[in-house]
Ligand binder design. Structure first.
Ligand code: GMT
Length: 406
């Protein structure tokens, strides 16, 4: 865990309300770990969401959790969570004197924050809204005709915008054409003390003998993850190298993955573990991480694997090439290229020296480029910048950021 220390470079201590999706998913994991790190550095953090975030321990000094209760009314076939969230944001801002609201994932969080800000216009005109774009809020949901106008509006009404990769920054600017929007790239991060292979004795040892290679996939099993491809790549590898596949997580396509396992006759070699909060001890026992996604704005799970010394076999999709160095810390192939991914995996598993070199480089590169300490410092700096701006209420849209990465 990070040490308690002052905010980076003497930034002021802030009171921040963080809203995220609290159940499984990279954006919720990142938002929670950011909140924990900020609290360790002396800031006051208020999570405002419908459930305690899954990576939030029961008690951490300077962290508070405010549950959003949507309530029930017979007339509401669709209970208005967005409005209940706005009301809670408004209330927590007033009762705890928040400086800013930090929304992770645009829809509906940035929209609710805008409503809360309008409600605070006379009492707290100084409240600022920062929105971090994570991925499908832009690439899938935000482009659906039913959400596109409100996504664009909410983005434009945020005081500050960050995106987790250069890919997502460009995608947002081109998709929404919001020329007034300036988006700071602040990549995701890992805590190097948690994702450290040497810290854990492999908990898979009881199930898997030392000659068997462990391939792993961690996700929320949504269509974008292409979990059937995970099984297909593995089945090819398993034909030639003694190996098992460990599938961590759950979601709509789990049944598909299980069907593929049966169709390919690899039931004895594939373990579905379901949702697991702490993946670091599992990653420490893995030889390869598979992430054959259709699109991935960043790939936090890939970063956690790399930091754990697990080379990644994935796709050259979205922001993944910004995280995985092709041929150095893993291998990236075109989406759907099962043969290519299987060949890369086999090549590496058969060459232990190369695997060791790649594993070491993966851990080092992840620590250097995506270190918790420095990335949290970027958020602190961004908060400072957002707080220094005139509000969008007065000027009508997101503004230029201090260090543009476009
Ligand atoms: O946008 C999503 O699909 C949801 C989100 C999540 O909650 O899992 O995932 C996105 O955000 C992560 C954290 O920033 C990124 O690491 C993932 O790449 C991204 N997912 C996609 O782009 C599919």
């Amino acid at each position: 865990m990070v040490a308690i220390g002052p905010p980076a470079q003497g930034y002021r201590r802030v009171k921040v309300g963080i809203t995220c999706y609290p159940t499984y998913g990279g954006s919720g994991a990142l938002a929670t770990e950011l909140g924990i790190a900020l609290a360790h550095r002396g800031h006051e953090v208020h999570f405002i969401t419908y459930k305690q975030p899954f990576r939030l321990p029961s008690f951490t000094p300077r962290i508070y959790f405010h549950e959003v209760d949507v309530g029930r009314y017979p007339l509401f076939e669709y209970p208005p969570y967005d409005l209940a969230l706005a009301v809670r944001m408004h209330e927590v801002t007033l009762s705890h004197g928040l400086d800013l609201l930090h929304c992770h994932y645009a829809i509906p969080h940035a929209t609710s924050a805008w409503i809360a800000k309008e409600m605070l216009r006379s009492t707290r005109p100084d409240i600022r809204v920062v929105t971090t774009l994570h991925g499908t809020d832009i690439t899938i949901v935000g482009q659906d005709p039913s959400f596109r106008p409100i996504t664009k509006f909410s983005i434009e009404k945020s005081d500050g915008l960050t995106a987790v990769s250069r890919f997502l920054q460009t995608e947002t600017l081109t998709t929404f054409g919001c020329t007034a929007c300036r988006i700071e790239v602040i990549p995701n991060f890992v805590d190097p003390s948690v994702y450290d292979r040497s810290r854990y004795t492999s908990i898979l040892d009881e199930q898997v003998n030392s000659e068997t290679r462990v391939l792993m996939h961690v996700s929320n099993f949504r269509p974008v993850k292409r979990v059937r491809d995970v099984v297909r790549v593995f089945a090819r590898v398993a034909r030639e190298v003694p190996s098992v596949l460990v599938m961590v997580g759950d979601g709509p396509d789990r049944v598909d993955a299980e069907a593929e396992v049966r169709e390919l006759g690899v039931q004895e070699k594939v373990f579905f573990l379901g949702k697991i909060d702490a993946v670091a001890p599992l990653l420490a026992g893995a030889d390869l991480f598979l992430l054959p996604s259709d699109s991935e704005s960043f790939g936090l799970s890939a970063l956690e694997a790399l930091a754990s010394g697990v080379p990644v076999i994935g796709t050259r999709a979205g922001g993944l090439p910004e995280v995985v160095r092709d041929n150095e810390t893993g291998f990236l192939c075109p989406v759907g290229d099962i043969d290519g991914m299987a060949a890369s995996a086999l090549g590496l598993l058969r060459d232990r020296d190369r695997w060791t070199a790649m594993s070491n480089l993966a851990a080092r590169d992840a620590r250097e480029r995506f270190n918790l300490e420095s990335i949290v410092g970027l958020y602190e700096s961004f908060y400072e910048y957002a707080l220094s701006l005139p509000s969008t209420t007065q000027r009508g849209g997101a503004e230029t950021t201090p260090s543009q990465t476009t």
